[in-house]
Ligand binder design. Structure first.
Ligand SMILES: [Zn+2]
Length: 322
């Protein structure tokens, strides 16, 4: 992988390259942006660029250091990812990485610690990290990433150089879908417009596209029997997909009501959206969004997926007045 393999983040890459060239690399960066826009890849590419021993452009992708970092086996590059049942970065994880970066680099110029999911640092872990961020050593660099910037502790944010990673342009997502999933052009266009600029979201949607598309046709239908002819999904994933589809559809109904049709994500269903929005109470539409968000949360709390799906269908039929 090279800088040029990270699509859609050219502005960020130019900025980081400037920092490297001018030897103004910050002691700590915070890469903030939605999931699936390349934050992790940018972090590892930066770790390579900082330590590359190649003669030309950094990273060269050919030297031992670059190859070891790409394989995740370099002893001076440490990766911490939120995990466990609580999905947090806990103090023992931070203590471990701080212990490692306190040592002189084994073979690279810098010890680099990459912390993915900065919003998931426990308070104790954040306090422990703060001490190191306040007194950084010359041979250590921290790169934090987050998809929920507003949930990051201000004390951590204030000690990092913030780099905003924007959602990917639809054309870039489309290209990724065509190259990596072999999608045809219309399908890639449809999925890209639903992905919110996230490559990971788009790739996941491509894997279950046929089911998603069938649900969407049902959402646009005003015939309640169809809702009872089709079995509801039973898996947590399947129900989550249905709820996400419902929420995206409601967003599109709101957009259709404003006549800003260029922003409709389900562009292929514009006729059904226009028909459905006529006579629809948009306040109830909004209430339904909140109810669906609560149902989506309850799905994470191990409530029966079947029950969640049945309640969601009930709310949907109520909304469309059936
Ligand atoms: Zn290299």
């Amino acid at each position: 992988m090279a800088w040029s393999d990270i699509l859609g983040q050219e502005r960020v890459i130019e900025l980081l390259k400037t920092h490297l060239q001018d030897e103004r690399v910050a002691h700590a960066y915070l890469f903030a942006g939605p999931d699936g826009v390349g934050k992790r890849r940018l972090a590892f590419e930066m770790a390579k660029a900082l330590n590359c021993t190649g003669a030309g452009n950094r990273p060269c992708d050919a030297c031992t250091v670059c190859r070891q970092i790409a394989r995740g086996t370099h002893p001076d590059v440490h990766s911490v990812v939120a995990g466990g049942a609580s999905d947090q970065i806990k103090i023992d994880m931070i203590r471990h990485v701080i212990g490692r970066v306190a040592l002189r680099p084994y073979s690279a110029a810098f010890q680099v610690a990459i912390l993915e999911g900065a919003e998931r640092l426990t308070e104790e872990a954040a306090n422990s990290l703060l001490k190191v961020l306040e007194e950084p050593s010359a041979h250590t660099r921290f790169i934090l990433t987050t998809a929920q910037f507003s949930a990051c502790l201000p004390t951590i944010v204030s000690r990092c150089q913030l780099i905003r990673c924007r959602p990917l342009p639809a054309d870039v997502v489309k290209q990724i879908l065509i190259t990596q999933k072999g999608c045809d052009e219309p399908t890639a266009t449809a999925i890209a417009s639903l992905s919110g600029g996230s490559a990971s979201e788009a790739l996941a949607l491509a894997d279950r596209w046929s089911t998603y598309d069938q649900w969407v046709s049902l959402l646009g239908s005003d015939a309640p029997p169809a809702w009872f002819e089709r079995p509801l999904p039973e898996s947590r994933e399947g129900v989550a997909q249905l709820l996400d589809g419902m929420m995206r559809w409601l967003r599109d109904l709101a957009v259709t009501a404003t006549s800003e049709t260029a922003y409709i994500a389900h562009a292929g269903h514009a006729v059904a959206l226009r028909r459905q929005v006529r006579g629809m109470d948009l306040d109830r539409c909004l209430d339904t969004v909140f109810e669906l968000v609560a149902l989506r949360d309850s799905l994470e709390q191990f409530v029966s997926p079947r029950l969640v799906a049945a309640v969601a269908r009930e709310k949907w039929l109520n909304l469309i007045g059936k």
